[in-house]
Design a protein around this ligand. Structure first.
Ligand code: MOS
Length: 744
């Protein structure tokens, strides 16, 4: 079977775009139900200690307040299995909302006020009086550095640092040129547009339909069933649209637990929506303290590398991410030692946030490489090409493909890198200093097991389905394109459904694996449909395809065609009718190749080039130009792919210059928990972002040669900005974000 490529690889607008801009797309908090009750969360006013009393009488006395749930009266239906950890949970003991009087982090939920209207619930919440016995919070990561420990248990899916190779410390001593510096990644919160929300619809007799803001409905279903002892057939979880996630929607959050607990207790539908400041009361990118040491010869060839990281986690879970491993695989270097530790502080557990670990570790490595460029006088890009790794030396494997060299070369050409003068403060425009910096990006190219279904009807319509989510990434669109091409149908005839446990099971949408995983599943399901339809076509009376071989036919224009002979074709509609079926259906499951996983390393790469203009009098940094050159295997949709990279770069600019959740260590609380004080880039901060995809053919990484794009755009972006700021100003700021105060 030959497939056409009318849509895959082209720039297609989002198929879900009209629904999103017209408001037809519904989000978790927009679903309603007859008799819907509204829950508002009361957050702890302290960070550490115990609740000594909760007085909910005034709230209960408000007409319309139905119930105030606290640890004292929490429903017995809950918490049957205390040890359950969801798929995404790190090792440890998950936080249990209303589980007891202990307060373990600032903003912890202490009560849920349920009322007949949102306003009444909010008013009721303001009347709940909580008395605490307060302990001194311990939230300063720096002060816990000495207590840092190697995580006793590995988090599933996370690679611990590889064993050391060579003798890094010895080689560092002997190296003619040495750079050793410390870098800090700030705590950041995801801040999607849509706050976390759950609408739990009581269907009677303990059956629930749950509309949740979540990147993986199956994980949420398993969580609810386990925590509340329900059967999967009684819990349907739906999340077709997500107003941004960035990883905050990977793990079921406490508003889901509270909404389900209240619905089961009251036997009616309940909605709980978190406020913007409550969005700062669960997962985040952890603050991470890092030291990178590089030893090189006079021409900048690496001889030794060490990278140490200490990341914050909660007192109750050992959250882990891959922070230092990138330093062992990005460059050729014979002597490498990498260490990763955690330190417990009185916060909630961190969560995956777009390219978790890579954002942090690659930032430190890539600024250190820039420092080495200046220590040796070698152009930063030349330095990277000089240390190019042809193999993954960390794991001792070949890459499935690696077109990073093309990223450097094509990106540099597009940016005009050759016109850069090396010396800091040597480029100026009017009263502004101009700085050009660059960095490398890298992210793992995963593929996961995924199922999908395809259903073709005689009217020439194809319906695709799988349970994965589209968190704004373009998944609806690429799956629709794949289906249209696989069966040779106009794209308007193909519809895709996602985000529903009633659909074939797919992994949660994260890790940039959705295109490779669910895309391959859709292709496989469509191929099965094609085989069946072809079978019907061949068996038709006087079939024009009577002796044709499936391998030689083409699906195009709603027909099965053999060669260019116009008489040798059958329309899909005729074939299905001849088969005497209502529709042709298939559900297929694809898995990654274990053999390829053992043999090869699979990564996406990028080279990011950044121009900043700095007003030295005001300390203002503007990122005026970015070129991101990306090698990500086959690109399914040039438009949504470009948007993914642009979004990643914007978030990287935020990490570099703006985003920081600030803890007051006396109170142990995050102080800037709103958009007025937690700054993310706005339109005025963003100028020219140019994205280019280099040619990268990969027949091993996934059946479609796709690597995924959701995360690579952010990796390296902050380092490139930091390096550009150094080039402009001569000031090396080693703590993100580079705010005005650090430059004046
Ligand atoms: Mo992403 S942090 O895998 O949603």
């Amino acid at each position: 079977m030959a497939t056409t490529s009318l849509y895959v690889g082209t720039a297609q607008s989002r198929v879900d775009g009209p629904a999103k801009v017209t408001g037809a797309a519904k989000y978790a908090a927009e679903y309603t139900a007859p008799d819907l009750a509204y829950g508002v969360v009361v957050s702890s006013a302290i960070t550490k200690g115990r609740i000594t009393a909760i007085d909910a009488a005034a709230a209960q006395a408000v007409p319309g307040v139905i119930k105030v749930l606290t640890h004292e009266n929490r429903p017995r239906t809950a918490w049957l299995d205390y040890n359950y950890r969801d798929q995404v949970a790190p090792p440890g003991s998950p936080f249990r909302a209303l589980g007891g009087p202990e307060i373990v982090y600032g903003g912890q939920p202490v009560a849920l006020v349920v009322a007949e209207s949102f306003e009444l619930a909010r008013y009721g919440a303001s009347l709940v009086r909580v008395t605490y016995a307060e302990d001194v919070p311990n939230t300063d990561l720096e002060k816990n550095r000495e207590a840092a420990y190697v995580p006793p248990k590995k988090r599933s899916g996370i690679k611990p640092p590889p064993d050391p190779r060579g003798d890094a410390e010895g080689a560092l001593e002997r190296a003619p040129v040495r750079v050793r510096q410390s870098y800090k990644q700030a705590m950041e919160h995801h801040n999607p547009m849509e706050p976390h929300a759950s609408t739990v619809v009581w269907q009677g007799e303990g059956k629930l339909t749950v509309h949740d803001k979540i990147q993986g409905v199956n994980n949420t279903q398993a969580y609810i069933c386990s925590v509340f002892n329900l059967k999967p057939e009684d819990v349907r979880v739906i999340s077709p649209y997500i107003g941004g996630g960035f990883g905050s929607g990977l793990r079921p959050q406490y508003q889901l637990f509270l909404a389900v607990a209240a619905a089961l207790d009251l036997k009616r539908s309940v909605r709980v929506v978190l406020t913007r400041d409550q969005m700062f009361t669960f997962g985040y990118r952890p603050e991470t303290l890092q030291t990178v040491a590089l030893g090189a010869d006079a021409e900048g060839r690496l001889q030794a590398l060490t990278h140490d990281a200490i990341a914050g986690t909660s007192t109750f879970e050992d959250y882990q991410e891959t922070v230092v491993n990138w330093s062992g695989l990005l460059y050729h270097c014979p002597n490498v030692r990498l260490d990763y530790k955690l330190a417990k502080i009185d916060t909630y557990t961190p969560a995956d946030m777009r390219a978790p670990g890579a954002v942090t570790g690659v930032y430190a490595l890539e600024v250190a490489m820039d420092e080495l460029a200046y220590a040796t006088g070698v152009d930063p890009m030349t330095l990277r090409l000089r240390n190019y790794a042809e193999r993954d030396e960390g794991e001792g494997k070949d890459f499935t493909s690696k077109a990073l060299r093309a990223c450097y070369e094509e990106g540099a050409a597009r940016f005009g890198w050759e016109r850069r003068s090396m010396a800091p403060r040597s480029m100026r425009e009017g009263r502004e200093l101009v700085g050009w910096g660059m960095a490398t990006g890298v992210w793992e190219a995963y593929m996961m097991k995924s199922s999908a279904s395809a259903r073709l009807t005689p009217d020439g319509r194809l319906a695709l389905a799988c349970s994965t989510a589209d968190l704004g990434t373009g998944t609806y669109t690429i799956l629709t394109q794949i289906g249209a091409d696989a069966l040779g149908l106009p794209i308007e005839r193909v519809t895709t459904r996602l985000g529903d446990t009633a659909l074939p099971e797919a992994p949660l949408a994260g890790g940039s694996w959705t295109a490779a995983s669910s895309g391959s599943a859709v292709q496989s399901a469509c191929r099965s449909v094609a085989e069946q339809v072809f079978g019907f076509a061949r068996r038709m009376d006087d079939s024009p395809l009577a002796n044709a071989d499936f391998a030689h036919v083409t699906f195009a224009g709603g027909e099965i065609r053999l060669g260019s002979d116009p008489s040798r074709k059958v329309s899909l509609a005729d074939a299905i009718r001849a088969g005497g079926v209502e529709a042709v259906e298939a559900t297929e499951t694809v898995k990654p190749s274990m053999l390829n996983n053992l043999r090869y390393s699979a990564y996406t790469h990028s080279a990011v080039f950044v121009e900043v203009k700095v007003d030295e009098d005001l300390g203002v940094v503007r990122v005026t130009r970015v070129v991101s050159a990306v090698a990500a295997g086959r690109i399914l949709n040039l438009k949504t792919a470009r948007s993914q990279i642009m979004g990643g770069v914007v978030m990287g600019i935020g990490a570099a210059l703006e985003e920081e959740s600030m803890l007051d260590h006396t109170l142990g609380r995050i102080m800037n928990h709103n958009f007025g004080e937690y700054h993310v880039p706005v339109n005025a901060d963003i100028h020219d972002i140019d994205v280019l995809f280099v040619e990268e053919h990969d027949d091993k990484v996934s059946p479609m040669g796709v690597k995924g794009l959701g995360e690579i755009g952010i990796v390296g972006a902050a380092a490139a900005v930091a390096n550009a700021v150094f080039h402009a100003t001569g000031k090396r700021v080693r703590e993100l974000p580079i705010t005005i105060d650090k430059l004046l």
